[in-house]
Write a protein that binds this ligand. Structure first.
Ligand code: GLC
Ligand code: MG
Length: 532
């Protein structure tokens, strides 16, 4: 593909904001749209190209906004329509893009559609959700489970049927086999696209269609005590059905009614199934989220194999992407340790494909331990001791060393990291050796060098804990060498090379000329521009 044919989302970097936790402008302890507007210069100067914000729609907040009660409104807690228009405008003025979260699989149980649907069996919206008769003994229609614990079916006294909810009972699943539901949600997409929103991250895309015969899910032979109850079964019939691909390509058609808009899918599936969401001819999602770095052990051999398998599985012209953190998973600095967080950033920002960076990871924020009485996340509250709380990775952004890290003048909805007086944007912005500096520099060089934003990926076989690869574009070549281990390693690839270190995690090597055989300290990572 010619350089000019690459679009903003091929070349750019996506930054995820969890709006409750970014910046509070009105002192209620919860982040909001005006708060995000205040911080756009920071985001731009960091080197970000596109901002994705988690849901900001009206919602009873049973799942913190992933239970939407009005798809074309703004929750007053976050602001109003003027605020989102202003946010969009200010994002565009700075040459960035804005991506909204779309939650089409389920609505809130307080959405007018569901209130109508549950009002009677012959209501015209009855079939907009998934209603089934009880079994003869009164039990749920089949064995499908809720991701958040317990059965996926909720009995409705008034009409004597069960409705299906893959998540909370406050999040009934819409029936995507119904053409009226499809039309309603496509119109929601158009509403935002007309405003100029640059794309959507589609929540739980692989859940949207379920087996039409409602067959029982098989049990999971790998289930062990202590795992969450959803792991008891393999969701073979309740997720990832073939017909979902028709839905995704219809969504893509809506996106393609407008110029250069982006469709991202949240999909937790193994690579062979994940890549199907590109479509045979790239007629489905532009970027089915690739979550492998969230789940793989921090092991060079395993990661190298995973990258190659993923690169090999991509359909022709399917563009790769990588995610290192999000609002559902432990923060990277906690998962791999502070010592390796720099290497993780270098990996994310030098791999081939669009990176998604989770707010706060650029500072090196870690999971914050939340005392039992302060837990907010329904995933943890529903299955105490078993369901993992997602609160630790959702704590407020740390802006400065004033009270509450400059996040709010009120009481923050989740506690802050104790070390925020040191670990905050203001202190770290210009500090040598800080994670923030490292991110700024990696983002800058990624933007400047075509080899890094669109170049080919070539693995460099290496031993021990070393993960190494080349990025190439025309005459330009970069070599990335990461020591993912805790001891010194010798890097001696079957390749003659010579170059200058542009960025090193431990800065001692920066600017040095290196060649062929080198020793690499523990936790060290190098981005080297090769001489040609
Ligand atoms: C997605 C969201 C998660 C939410 C769930 C249900 O996985 O990322 O936060 O709880 O969907 O909407
Ligand atoms: Mg607020």
């Amino acid at each position: 593909m010619k350089y000019d044919n690459y679009l903003w989302w091929h070349k750019g970097v996506v930054y995820q904001i969890y709006p409750r936790s970014y910046k509070d402008s009105d002192g209620d302890g919860i982040g909001d749209l005006r708060g995000i507007i205040e911080k756009l210069d920071y985001i731009k100067n960091l080197g970000i190209d596109a901002v994705w914000i988690s849901p900001i729609y009206p919602s009873p907040m049973a799942d913190f906004g992933y239970d939407v009660s009005d798809y074309t409104g703004i929750h007053p807690m976050f602001g109003n329509m003027d605020d989102i228009d202003e946010l969009l405008n200010e994002v565009h003025i700075r040459g960035m893009k804005l991506i909204l979260d779309l939650v089409p699989n389920h609505s809130s149980d307080q959405h007018p559609w569901f209130l109508e649907s549950r009002s009677s069996k012959d209501n015209p919206k009855r079939d907009w959700y998934i209603w089934k008769d009880p079994t003869p003994d009164g039990g749920p229609p089949n064995n499908w489970l809720s991701v958040f614990g317990g059965p996926g079916w909720e009995y409705d006294e008034k009409t004597g049927q069960y409705y299906y909810h893959a998540f909370l009972k406050e999040q009934p699943d819409l029936n995507w086999r119904n053409p009226e539901v499809q039309k309603a949600m496509f119109d929601v997409m158009r509403f935002w696209l007309e405003k100029g929103v640059d794309g959507f991250r589609v929540d739980v895309m692989w859940h949207m269609i379920k087996d039409d015969q409602f067959r029982n899910d098989p049990s999971n032979p790998e289930y062990e005590k202590g795992m969450n109850s959803y792991s008891r079964q393999i969701p073979a019939y309740s997720t990832d059905q073939d017909e979902v691909h028709d839905i995704v390509s219809k969504m893509r058609n809506v996106i393609d009614e407008y110029d250069e808009r982006l469709l991202i899918g949240e999909i937790y599936l193994p690579v062979d199934k994940l890549v199907k969401y590109y479509g045979h001819e790239n007629e489905e999602a532009h970027l089915p989220f690739n979550f492998q770095l969230l789940e793989l052990p921090w092991n060079a051999a395993k990661i190298r194999t995973a990258i190659s398998e993923y690169e090999g599985a991509l359909p022709e012209n399917g563009w790769p992407n990588w995610v290192l953190g999000n609002h559902d998973k432990s923060r990277i600095a906690s998962r791999v340790g502070k010592e390796q967080a720099g290497n993780a950033a270098m990996l994310l920002l030098t791999l081939r494909g669009t990176p998604t960076l989770y707010y706060g990871d650029e500072l090196g924020m870690e999971d914050v331990e939340i005392s039992k009485d302060k837990i907010q996340d329904p995933q943890a509250l529903n299955e105490p001791g078993v369901g993992r709380s997602r609160d630790p990775e959702r704590t407020p952004m740390q802006w400065d060393d004033s009270e509450n890290a400059g996040f709010t003048s009120g009481e923050p909805w989740l506690p802050l990291m104790v070390n925020y007086k040191e670990l905050n944007v203001k202190k770290q912005w210009n500090k040598e050796d800080s994670m923030l500096q490292l991110h700024r520099r990696l983002l800058r060089i990624r933007t400047e060098e075509p080899a890094l934003h669109i170049g080919d990926y070539v693995p460099v076989p290496s031993k021990g804990d070393i993960l190494a690869y080349l990025r190439k574009y025309e005459q330009d070549e970069f070599l990335v060498v990461l020591n993912l281990g805790v001891s010194e390693e010798v890097f001696e690839p079957q390749l003659e090379w010579q170059g200058t270190v542009k960025i090193s995690i431990q800065k001692d090597l920066e600017g040095q000329k290196l060649k062929n055989k080198i020793t690499i300290a523990q936790n060290q990572g190098l981005l080297i521009k090769l001489d040609r």
